[in-house]
Design a protein around this ligand. Structure first.
Ligand SMILES: [Zn+2]
Ligand SMILES: [Zn+2]
Ligand SMILES: [Zn+2]
Ligand SMILES: [Zn+2]
Ligand SMILES: [Zn+2]
Length: 298
């Protein structure tokens, strides 16, 4: 996959230097803005793969449905059966997104204010946590702030067995690993009538998780491996693709240099507040990025 490279910090600095003097260099704004746009689109594309289980072909971008259904892969987490809606804002959520949001920006569990990072974590309301205790809480609490509206939401119950079975039945046809004929999931096994292959369903699932899936594009015939594709996205994966999605939408609506500067600045300020996100967009060491964003914000 030809992913867009991250944006060079030198261009961003130049942009701000001019903006401070009241100069809007539209060529430079376009340059930086479209690079950020392409990067944001890649981040959104990768986030979609983990939600939908469909991988864009590296050659032609046709979306290929994975046979290893991420619905079943806890590690990949994108499970539609686990969607739930926030009772306060009706936003669609995955529990792991609520967790990830707190890892990106730690907040007080009581008053939900952003915590100060000192030796540990401290809230203006007086509560404190050690880094370890906070991490542990994010992992184990059953009430966390909604990643959209920050009201507390309760961790959903794991889906009922009956529902899970129904989802399995509607999922794409199973292939016999031995002869590639259509196989069935029945009696707790995967069974193939064509060659007689039979294996415990649970063992079969486990072996699939370990297996590196081969993907074939229905559009251009190109074949590639899931693990290779996944590795190519390492610097694009985030539990919090929202700032990237927002920028994609807003950038296209910009009509003037001033509007373009505002959108670029909005994105960079968001990254500033969410330290771990910035290296996804900007090509520099983490420390340098933080320093630069500090400078720009001041
Ligand atoms: Zn949502
Ligand atoms: Zn607090
Ligand atoms: Zn909400
Ligand atoms: Zn078979
Ligand atoms: Zn293709």
């Amino acid at each position: 996959m030809n992913w867009t490279p991250r944006v060079k910090p030198i261009k961003i600095r130049r942009l701000y230097r001019y903006a401070r003097l009241g100069i809007y260099d539209d060529l430079l704004l376009h340059d930086v803005g479209w690079e950020l746009y392409a990067r944001c689109r890649d981040i959104a594309t990768v986030a979609d793969v983990y939600r939908e289980g469909r991988v864009p072909c590296p050659k032609c971008r046709t979306k290929i449905t994975r046979r290893i259904d991420p619905l079943f892969s806890k590690g990949e987490g994108g499970t539609h059966e686990h969607w739930f809606h926030c009772p306060h804002c009706a936003g669609r959520l995955l529990w792991r997104d609520c967790r990830q949001a707190l890892r990106d920006i730690p907040r007080c569990f009581d008053c939900r204010a952003v915590l100060y990072k000192e030796v540990g974590l401290r809230c203006a309301c007086g509560k404190t946590w050690s880094q370890e205790a906070y991490k542990q809480s994010v992992r184990t609490r059953v009430l966390l702030p909604c990643s959209h509206c920050l009201n507390l939401v309760r961790r959903p119950e794991p889906p009922a067995m009956e529902r899970t079975v129904r989802m399995r039945k509607s999922s794409p046809a199973l292939q016999c690993p031995k002869c590639q004929a259509v196989a069935l999931h029945q009696h707790g096994n995967i069974e193939c009538a064509a060659c007689g292959y039979k294996r415990r369903w649970r063992d079969y699932r486990k072996s699939l998780k370990k297996k590196d899936e081969k993907l074939e594009c229905s559009g251009c015939g190109y074949t590639f491996r899931w693990q290779t594709w996944r590795k190519s996205t390492r610097s694009l994966r985030t539990g919090n693709p929202r700032p990237a999605r927002e920028f994609v939408k807003r950038w296209l609506r910009c009509r003037t240099p001033q509007q373009r500067m505002i959108q670029i600045d909005t994105l960079l300020q968001t990254l500033h507040g969410r330290g771990p996100l910035a290296p996804l967009f900007i090509d520099s060491g983490e420390h340098n990025i933080r320093q630069m964003l500090d400078d720009l914000a001041s």
